[in-house]
Every structure is written in C-alpha cells, then in structure tokens.
Design a protein around this ligand. Structure first.
Ligand code: HEM
Ligand SMILES: *[C@@H]1O[C@H](CO)[C@@H](O)[C@H](O)[C@H]1NC(C)=O
Ligand SMILES: *[C@@H]1O[C@H](CO)[C@@H](O)[C@H](O)[C@H]1NC(C)=O
Ligand SMILES: *[C@@H]1O[C@H](CO)[C@@H](O)[C@H](O)[C@H]1NC(C)=O
Ligand SMILES: *[C@@H]1O[C@H](CO)[C@@H](O)[C@H](O)[C@H]1NC(C)=O
Ligand SMILES: *[C@@H]1O[C@H](CO)[C@@H](O)[C@H](O)[C@H]1NC(C)=O
Ligand SMILES: *[C@@H]1O[C@H](CO)[C@@H](O)[C@H](O)[C@H]1NC(C)=O
Ligand SMILES: *[C@@H]1O[C@H](CO)[C@@H](O)[C@H](O)[C@H]1NC(C)=O
Ligand SMILES: *[C@@H]1O[C@H](CO)[C@@H](O)[C@H](O)[C@H]1NC(C)=O
Ligand SMILES: *[C@@H]1O[C@H](CO)[C@@H](O)[C@H](O)[C@H]1NC(C)=O
Ligand SMILES: *[C@@H]1O[C@H](CO)[C@@H](O)[C@H](O)[C@H]1NC(C)=O
Ligand SMILES: CC(=O)N[C@H]1CO[C@H](CO)[C@@H](O)[C@@H]1O
Length: 329
C-alpha cells in the first residue's frame, strides 16, 4: 500500500518531467536550428533606428504588453480578423498607442529567410527587447527562448491587466503581483521609461485638475510643469508626444530615477514610485538613481522574470508564419 503510493508519486513526477509543455525556457533553444537569430533581430532594429529613434522603446513596450496578457505568447501581435474578433491591439492601453508592429514583421521576414518556420513571434519580442536596450546604451543579456505563439487574443484581459498611468501605486503593485512580479521588479521595469515617448492624454490630468482638485499635481516640479503645460494644453488633442526622460530621451540609462528625485517623473505612476508616503519603492528608486550598475543588474533580472510569465512551450500553441495571424487563417 505504502509502496504503491510512493510508486504512483514517482510515476507522476516522471510524467511531469517528460511533459514537453512543462519545459523551461533556455538561452540555447535555437542554437542548432537558427544560430544567428540574435544578430538578425539586432540588425533589423539597427536599420529601423536610423529612421525612427523611438523604435527601440516601442518594441520593448510590445513585449511588456504581450507578457501581461495571457503570458508571453505574441497575442498582442494578432490583427482583428477572422477568429480574432476582439484584438489586443485595439484594447484601451494599446489603441493608437502601441507601435512597432511593422518592424516586428520585418524581423520575422528576415528570420524566415534564414530559418523558416522555426522562431516564434513571442521569442522575437523577447529578443527585440534585449537588442533595443543594448543598442540604446543599456545592458546586454542572454535571452531565454523556447516560447510558442498563442492562438487567441484577450482584449478584455488587455483592458484590465495592463497597468494604467492614472492608477495608484497600490493598484499597479497588485497588477504586477498578479503576474508574479514583485515591488523590486516594478521599480526596475519602470526604468524602461528612460526612453520613448508619451502622449499628453496619458498625463494631462496631472497638469490642470489633479484628482479633481482644480490644481496641478503638487508633486510636479514647477519648471517642468510649465514646460508640460505649454506642450499639452488642457483642451488640446492630447496626442502630442513628450519624452518620458527629457534629460536623455533615447538613451537607456538611470536618468529616469534621477528625474524622480527631482519630481520630474512624467506619468503619475512614475512619480508615485518616489512620492508615495512610506512606500517600499522609495529606497529602491534611491539605489537606482545613485548606482546605474545596480539598476542595470536588477533590470536584466526583472526582464527575465517578465519574459517567463506563462510561456507556451513544447507542443502548445504554434510557430506562426506571420506574426499578425494564426496559421491557416
Ligand atoms: C508600471 C506601470 C506602467 C504604466 C502605467 C505604463 C504606462 C505607459 C504609458 C501611458 C506610455 C505612453 C504610451 C503612449 O503615449 O502612447 C508608456 C510608454 C512606454 N512604456 Fe510604459 N508603463 C508601465 C510600465 C512599463 C514597463 C514595465 C515597460 C517595459 C519594461 C514599459 C515600457 C514603456 C516604453 C519603452 C514606453 C515608450 C514607448 C514608445 O515610445 O513607443 N512601461 N507607458
Ligand atoms: C532547452 O530547451 C529545449 C526545450 O525544452 C530542450 O530541448 C533543450 O535540451 C534545452 N537545452 C538546454 C541546454 O537545457
Ligand atoms: C550572422 O549574422 C551576421 C549579421 O547579419 C553576419 O555577419 C554573420 O555572417 C552571420 N553568420 C552566419 C553563420 O550566418
Ligand atoms: C520612418 O519612421 C516614421 C516614424 O517616425 C514612419 O512613419 C515612416 O514610415 C518610416 N519610414 C521608413 C522608410 O521606414
Ligand atoms: C481605437 O481608436 C479609434 C480612433 O482612432 C476608434 O475609432 C476606435 O473605436 C478605437 N477602438 C476601440 C476598440 O476602442
Ligand atoms: C475594452 O475597453 C473598451 C473601452 O472601455 C471597450 O469599448 C471594449 O469593449 C473593451 N473590450 C472588451 C473585450 O471588454
Ligand atoms: C483574459 O485575461 C484575463 C485577465 O488577465 C483572464 O482572467 C482571463 O482568463 C483571460 N481569458 C482567456 C480566454 O484567456
Ligand atoms: C484600485 O483598485 C481598487 C480595488 O480593485 C479599485 O476599487 C479602485 O477603483 C482602483 N483604483 C484605480 C485608480 O484604478
Ligand atoms: C523580488 O524578487 C526577487 C527575485 O526575483 C528577489 O530577489 C527580491 O528580493 C524580491 N523583492 C521583494 C521586495 O520582495
Ligand atoms: C553599485 O551596485 C553594484 C551592483 O549591485 C555593486 O556591486 C556596487 O558596489 C555598487 N556601487 C556602489 C558605489 O555602491
Ligand atoms: C476558427 O475557430 C473555429 C471554431 O473554434 C475552428 O474550428 C477553426 O479551426 C478556427 N480557424 C482557424 C484558422 O484557427
Ligand atoms: C478654453 C476652454 O475650452 N476651456 C475648457 C477646458 O476644459 C475644461 C474642462 O476640462 C473646461 O472647464 C474649460 O472651460
């Protein structure tokens, strides 16, 4: 009786270990089937940066918005057509905001030329994030690979799971915790706002009528406030773009955290990391503002943590041949 119970447990463990869908990601997944995949991705992004200095930032944001919704499965890339009745692209956080889809398609085309039907679109987003950061002066790291592409999009998931820029620190923390990321990950990954742009509509409420007070957000540096008010008049279109890190808009560095110490965080959720009374995030912001190496090391670990959110592996999902569509549709 006792022995047969032990035996059953043993068999179950063996079956779990053999189940390909429990496979861990690793950095050598394509070393035989597409050994040059990293340099192919990097080259396409390097070309794209010649024309569009913002593209590196846009690409890493796609990976973030992908991973927070049904895991890192390239669901954000699916166009709304056929079986995809409600795309993530059209969800509130992405509509007229997420960009870089054409560059993802160019990367995919370039990879298919060397290694057809081999590399997933979900892995392309992870590789593109690393290339974007390192090409912008940030750290390099060994990207974990082996994700497969999902068959569905989840628009309501994208509406509700991706953090919004007007939420409280508590709400943002909860959304990160919901995907297994902690406060250290939140602060480190928010450091991605060291490059890229944001439209006025995402922070306009801080400039004129914060929390329905009729006044600006009191944490905003007054000189920075007047600059932003000129670029973002309250009743303007709200689509004008602003640098997330005005001190070095296209560089991946720790200036984002130095800005927070000067009350020059652009989004409410940026400044909250430093200005929420008693928050556990404050000491982490101070460390990163004073030590870029500490930021880079934490950022790499947290990018790996984010890239590990619920990947499809083994024979789950598929390798899409066109990142915009499920195969055969
Ligand atoms: C902590 C919660 C976060 C909130 C509320 C947030 C919100 C936003 C918003 C509102 C924008 C501007 C989009 C636009 O104007 O169209 C933006 C841009 C951006 N976000 Fe975040 N974000 C968060 C975390 C992250 C994370 C974790 C990453 C990546 C690791 C990231 C990377 C970026 C980048 C690079 C841009 C600039 C994109 C571009 O220029 O195209 N963000 N974010
Ligand atoms: C990487 O993962 C794949 C799929 O799970 C596996 O076949 C391969 O042996 C792994 N490589 C290493 C070095 O662990
Ligand atoms: C890998 O790609 C790089 C850059 O495109 C190229 O210089 C190199 O020759 C390629 N190597 C192989 C083995 O294809
Ligand atoms: C250059 O980048 C802009 C966006 O900044 C884009 O609209 C345009 O299509 C790009 N041109 C080429 C040739 O890629
Ligand atoms: C996305 O934005 C466009 C305006 O450019 C709007 O017409 C459309 O309704 C929006 N889609 C969703 C799903 O909100
Ligand atoms: C996502 O939110 C937008 C705006 O509230 C709404 O129009 C759309 O129906 C939502 N999508 C889903 C699937 O709930
Ligand atoms: C969509 O996303 C939500 C929140 O992330 C999740 O609860 C729900 O199970 C997802 N739906 C599907 C069909 O995957
Ligand atoms: C924060 O989360 C709480 C609990 O879900 C919710 O009641 C509140 O409306 C959220 N606040 C914001 C600004 O989203
Ligand atoms: C967050 O998790 C990491 C492991 O990825 C750990 O080193 C760190 O101490 C945790 N931070 C907090 C605040 O729990
Ligand atoms: C900066 O952080 C790194 C990595 O955590 C650490 O090794 C180094 O000692 C720190 N430098 C200073 C001056 O504190
Ligand atoms: C579309 O959905 C139907 C019903 O779920 C399924 O039978 C069909 O295979 C799907 N088509 C594609 C191309 O995924
Ligand atoms: C000049 C103008 O139209 N001002 C309006 C801008 O929008 C606010 C409400 O957000 C109104 O109160 C102002 O009258």
């Amino acid at each position: 009786m006792f022995c047969s119970t032990l035996y059953s447990i043993f068999i179950v463990i063996i079956l779990i270990l053999l189940n390909p869908s429990n496979a861990q990601l690793n950095s050598t997944f394509y070393s035989n089937t597409c050994p040059n995949v990293s340099s192919i991705v990097r080259n396409v992004i390097q070309q794209a940066l010649q024309n569009d200095s913002r593209i590196a930032a846009s690409l890493i944001r796609l990976h973030f918005h992908d991973c927070f919704v049904n895991g890192c499965d390239a669901s954000i890339l699916l166009d709304q057509a056929g079986n995809i009745t409600l795309s993530e692209k059209n969800a509130v956080p992405n509509n007229n905001s997420a960009r870089g889809f054409n560059v993802v398609d160019n990367i995919k085309t370039s990879i298919e030329n060397s290694c057809p039907a081999t590399v997933s679109c979900a892995d392309i987003l992870a590789l593109a994030s690393e290339a974007s950061v390192s090409l912008s002066g940030g750290p390099s790291w060994s990207v974990l690979l082996g994700r497969r592409d999902g068959l569905i999009a989840n628009q309501s998931g994208a509406n509700t799971s991706i953090p919004a820029p007007t939420e409280s620190l508590g709400n943002i923390t909860a959304k990160f915790a919901a995907v297994g990321l902690n406060t250290s990950d939140l602060v480190a990954l928010s450091g991605a706002h060291t490059f890229g742009r944001a439209q006025c509509r995402f922070f306009n409420q801080r400039l004129f009528n914060f929390s329905n007070t009729g006044n600006p957000d009191p944490t905003l540096n007054s000189q920075y406030l007047s600059t932003l008010q000129q670029n973002c008049p309250q009743n303007g279109s709200g689509n004008t773009i602003n640098n997330l890190d005005p001190s070095s808009p296209n560089n991946f560095d720790n200036n984002y955290f130095k800005n927070l110490l000067n009350n020059q965080g652009l989004l409410q959720t940026d400044q909250e990391l430093f200005s929420t009374n008693g928050a556990a995030t404050i000491s982490i912001v101070n460390i990163f503002a004073n030590n870029q190496t500490a930021f880079f090391e934490a950022f790499v670990q947290s990018m790996i943590n984010m890239g590990n959110i619920n990947p499809l592996t083994g024979n789950q999902g598929e390798i899409r041949s066109d990142c915009k569509k499920v195969n055969g549709s």
